[in-house]
Structure formats: structure tokens, C-alpha cells
Design a binder for this molecule. Structure first.
Ligand code: NAD
Length: 546
């Protein structure tokens, strides 16, 4: 074994108990003889395909999504290749189980359902020793870390250590969607406490029942983690995930030029939304530089999208001032404008010299946007009146209702089509079923970050890039748009089918790796056949023959 996780040859039951090696009933007769497995398995030998059918049969007969999730996690613990191959072949059906929305439920129940650990837990009591904790991880060739402090898990708020389900789920998607070897993936929870007092009083809570660290104590712990992780695992890329709003922007600004890292909530969301905008504009023959975009929400998602969209406009010839001037933000207190005295620092860049408006209907009439993008976590805020106004102002209004889960979306797909007479180009954060309206069928797009982060990770890893830059996310967005075909457009889709995700990720990885080479962000020499080189890096969950 050269995966950095095994240091001696395993035999017999040890193999069956090692999820990275176990093939269960698919071990051939010859393998069973050679590996000392004879008699340790039932006699009938299956193919991996038959095992996948068995898994899906069991998944589908579970009574609810949480049970499906638990069954799949159990499979991941027993037989990694079967888990990933099942996921790859059934991604559309299973990604809402292993990731949002079901993973949210799983996080809420994490302590109650806890059976065995997955990933690494670091706390304030490890201060000064974080390197040693990281060295306890059995695999030495870690290339991707997803880390959270559990403060803002999906739309569910502060879940403390229960948020560990998120890094675990995200890394499953890195493997399934972009073929990052599971042995190279490390989920990390930095448990700095929780301000969720319900957790303190829950005797089953497995995290630290104490208030969150703050200020310099928090920053120095995170500094130590970033430094230690990059030292213990050279070439690692660190993805920040579900950090609270006040820390996410700060940490990204603090680390982006020091480490190979990014924040998916800010930059990954921006990449997928810009990709969706490019495709929407290709569909309706519009130009990015001609858009007037109103964002509902001015948090990690919305401001991340705004910054990347502004960069895309600048790349098409607008000045920074002109580009920024085409994006407007509405937060919980109203339009983000310069005269407001209550604005956080990260919103100031987009605070225009305009009269203040308290609510979205007023803003829509004042700004006359071509696109509205919701990332506020507030359901039903794109009201029938606002949608009708968008249809009055535009032939083909762009309406993205990105808030998750489905119940929080700013409007439903059906509302978006109905109140714009079927003229909206619509995408959402969570999946909506297709809509039948006046004899027409509409397939809503899902602006799922899974289109972007696995491909970016693969590109950064393949090119051994030392940094993750916004230019990489712009290139990823462009590449995502290029994967949307005429046939997709004919069905009304502005994102490719998830069934093609491994090809999509490989193309995005190529675009990202090209940025790394062009900008000299790597010491590696560019391979002659870069696309072939990237594909060769991808983990294939099909069973190897022993
Ligand atoms: P966040 O907490 O950083 O930001 C939320 C923002 O919404 C804040 O600026 C807040 O002031 C604003 N807000 C709250 N109530 C409002 C109201 N009534 N009117 C206007 N603004 C209001 O959260 P975030 O990370 O930016 O995520 C926001 C939403 O976007 C979440 O629901 C999340 O699930 C979703 N999201 C979707 C995707 C995707 O589709 N790919 C990716 C990331 C986040």
C-alpha cells in the first residue's frame, strides 16, 4: 500500500475491517484464497454492480432520509469503494442525502446518533500542540482539508461540534464528484465551544459545553491550526466551511495570501452563481456588463457573488467603479447605502451614494434590476408582486433564489415561472421539481456549489498550486458555463446534469490548473498532456483486482 495510510500488509479479517480495502462479497474465489478470506464471507460472489443494486434497494426502502443517511454512512465505514461507486452512479438521488438538506438533520442529531468518529477534532485545550494532534491522523498524504468551527451550519446556526457532518459530507463529494482519493481527504472540526445553550444542557452533546472562544484567543488558535496543517501536510488545500459571518470574511482576508486555502461559502458560491449567470445570459443573449443586479442578503454568499461578478464585469471592460455600481445589496435593515451608519466593514465596498430604501419592492422600482439574487435565508421574500415587477421590467428576468434548504428559498420555482408568465430564468440553491405551466415544462437549475469546489480542488491538487485565487473561481465559472449544452438550454437548464459531474469537474480542474501555471502559482512543470494528467489523478472507486 502506498496511500500513506497502511504500513504493513493486511490479511484475513483485518482486510474486511478496513473500509479502504474491503470489497465484501465481491472478493473473488482466488482473492479469498490468497488473502486468507476463505470462509469469512458468505459463499455467493457478487460483482460491484450487483452490490450497488443491493445498496440502492436498501436505501430506497428506508423510511426517511435520515435513515438513508445513516445507512450510507455505515456503508462508508465498511466499504469505501462501494460507497463512492454507489454515490457516483446515483448522485442526483443521493447528494441530497449525503449533503444538503439531509446532512443538516444529521448534524442536528449528530451527538444523539454518534457511533464512531470520522475526522479530527481540535479544541482550545490543544493550543500549543495542534501539530501533534494532526500527526495522529493515520494518513500522511492529506491534500484536502475541509474545516469548520460549527458556528453557522447551513441555515441552522451554531451547532458546535455537531457540525462535523458538514466537512465529512463535503469531502464525500470531493471524492465522488472529482475523484479526490478519500485517503487524501481530512475533515476537521475546531471546537471552540458553542453559544447554543441548548447544547450545553444536553447531556449527550459530544462537544465542549462552554461558550465560544472570541477575539485574540480565537484568532491565535486558528492561526496555529492553519500553520500546523500546512506544515504537517505540505501541498494541502484548506477549505473553510460554515464559519460565522463575522469570522468568515476576516479569516479569508487573513489567510488567502499566506496559505493554499479558500472559503466555499464565499468563493465557491460565487463561482457557481457566476457560472449560472453566464449560462443564463448565453440563453437570453445578454451581456454580463449590461446587468443590474439586486441581491437580497449581504452575507457570505451574496457579497462573494457580488465581488466575483464585479471582477467578471471588469474583465469585460468596465472600471471597478462601474462594475461595483451595477451590484446593489439589501440586508435585513434595507438597501446598503453610504449614508447608513450601521454597516459592517465587509459591506462598505458596495455601499452606494443613493437614497435609502427600506424594502425590496421599493428597491426593485428604484434600481430596475435585470436580475435578482436571493441569499438572505428568508423564505417568500420574492413575492408575486416583485416577480411581476421583474417581468414588467425585463423580457427575460433572471431570478436566483439561492437560500437553503428548500423551505427557505426566496420563492419557489413554480412562483418564479407563474408570476413572470414563464419568462424567468430561474435557479435555486436547493432542488425544485420540474414545473408544468400552461402546457409548458420548466426544469429549474440548481446552483449547487458541488459544481465548483470539487473541480477547483482537483485542479489545485493536480497543479500543486500554492494559492487558491479568485481568478481560479472565475475560470471555473467560465468552464462550468461551457459545460452547459444546447440540449440543456432546450430543456431550460442553465447547469449541466449532475450525472456528468466527473467530466464537469475534470474540465474545471483543467481551467484552474491552467491559471496556476499561467500565474506561476506552482513550482511544478506543466505536464505535456495536462487534461490526461488531471484525469489520471482521479480516484476510481471501481474495485482493483488483488
Ligand atoms: P449569511 O448569514 O452570511 O448572510 C445572510 C444575509 O441575509 C445577511 O446579510 C442578512 O443581513 C441578510 N438578511 C437576513 N434577513 C433578511 C431580510 N429579511 N431581508 C434582507 N436580507 C436579510 O449567510 P450566507 O452564507 O450568505 O447564506 C445565505 C443563504 O444563502 C443561506 O440560506 C444559504 O443556504 C444560501 N446559500 C446558497 C448557496 C447556493 O445556492 N449554492 C451557497 C451558499 C449559501
Amino acid at each position: 500500500m502506498n496511500d500513506g495510510c497502511h504500513d504493513h500488509l493486511l490479511r484475513g479479517v483485518e482486510i474486511l475491517h478496513d473500509p479502504s480495502l474491503n470489497k465484501g462479497t465481491a472478493f473473488t474465489a482466488a482473492e479469498r484464497d490468497a488473502l486468507g478470506l476463505h470462509g469469512l464471507l458468505p459463499p455467493r460472489i457478487s460483482t460491484q454492480e450487483q452490490q450497488i443494486q443491493h445498496v440502492m434497494y436498501n436505501v430506497r426502502r428506508k423510511p426517511n432520509n435520515l435513515e438513508k443517511y445513516l445507512y450510507l454512512i455505515g456503508l462508508q465505514d465498511r466499504n469505501e469503494r462501494l460507497y463512492y461507486k454507489t454515490l457516483v452512479e446515483n448522485l442526483e438521488e443521493l447528494s441530497p442525502i449525503v449533503y444538503t438538506p439531509t446532512v443538516g438533520l444529521a448534524c442536528q442529531e449528530y451527538s444523539h446518533l454518534y457511533r464512531r468518529p470520522r475526522g479530527l477534532f481540535i479544541t482550545r485545550y490543544d493550543r500549543g500542540h495542534i501539530r501533534e494532534v494532526l500527526q495522529n491522523w493515520p494518513c500522511k498524504n492529506v491534500r484536502v482539508i475541509v474545516v469548520t468551527d460549527g458556528e453557522r451550519i447551513l441555515g441552522l446556526g451554531d451547532l458546535g461540534t455537531n457540525g462535523m457532518g458538514i466537512p465529512v459530507g463535503k469531502l464525500s463529494l470531493y471524492t465522488a464528484c472529482a475523484g479526490i482519493d478519500p485517503a487524501a481527504c481530512l475533515p476537521v472540526m475546531i471546537d471552540v465551544g458553542t453559544n447554543n445553550s441548548e447544547l450545553w444542557s444536553d447531556p449527550q452533546y459530544v462537544g465542549l459545553p462552554e461558550p465560544r472562544l472570541d477575539g485574540d484567543d480565537y484568532d491565535s488558535l486558528l492561526d496555529e491550526f492553519m500553520e500546523a496543517a500546512s506544515a504537517v501536510f505540505p501541498n494541502v488545500m484548506i477549505q473553510l466551511e460554515d464559519f460565522g459571518n463575522k469570522n468568515a470574511f476576516r479569516l479569508l482576508a487573513r489567510y488567502r495570501d499566506r496559505y493554499c486555502m479558500f472559503d466555499d461559502d464565499i468563493q465557491g458560491t460565487a463561482g457557481v452563481t457566476l457560472g449560472g449567470l453566464y449560462s443564463a445570459l448565453r440563453m437570453i443573449q445578454g451581456k454580463i456588463t449590461g446587468q443590474r443586479i439586486v441581491f437580497l442578503g449581504a452575507g457570505e454568499a451574496a457579497l462573494g457573488i457580488g465581488s466575483l461578478v464585479a471582477k467578471a464585469m471588469m474583465a469585460q471592460g468596465l472600471t471597478e467603479e462601474e462594475a461595483i455600481g451595477r451590484c446593489w445589496f439589501v440586508d435585513s435593515r434595507g438597501l446598503v447605502v453610504a449614508c447608513r451608519t450601521d454597516l459592517e466593514e465587509h459591506k462598505r465596498r458596495f455601499a452606494h451614494d443613493l437614497p435609502f430604501h427600506r424594502n425590496l419592492p421599493e428597491v426593485v422600482e428604484a434600481i430596475r434590476p435585470t436580475a435578482i439574487i436571493g441569499a438572505s435565508g428568508q423564505p417568500a421574500t420574492f413575492t408575486p408582486e416583485i416577480l411581476a415587477a421583474m417581468a414588467r421590467l425585463n423580457d427575460r428576468p433572471i431570478v436566483f433564489a439561492l437560500s437553503n434548504p428548500t423551505s427557505q428559498a426566496e420563492c419557489t420555482a413554480e412562483d418564479a415561472y407563474r408570476h413572470t408568465n414563464g419568462r424567468a430564468v430561474f435557479a435555486s440553491g436547493s432542488p425544485f421539481p420540474k414545473v408544468e405551466l400552461d402546457g409548458r415544462t420548466f426544469i429549474p437549475g440548481q446552483a449547487n456549489n458541488v459544481y465548483i469546489f470539487p473541480g477547483v480542488g482537483l485542479g489545485v491538487m493536480a497543479a500543486q498550486a500554492a494559492r487558491v485565487t479568485d481568478e481560479m473561481f472565475s475560470a471555473a465559472a467560465k468552464s462550468l458555463d461551457e459545460q452547459v449544452s444546447k440540449e440543456d438550454f432546450e430543456k431550460g437548464r442553465i447547469f449541466p446534469s449532475l450525472g456528468r459531474i466527473r467530466d464537469v469537474s475534470a474540465a474545471i480542474a483543467l481551467a484552474v490548473a491552467k491559471v496556476a501555471f499561467a500565474r506561476k502559482l506552482t513550482k511544478m512543470k506543466e505536464p505535456v498532456n495536462l487534461p490526461g494528467y488531471i484525469k489520471a489523478q482521479m480516484y476510481d472507486p471501481a474495485y482493483p483486482l488483488w
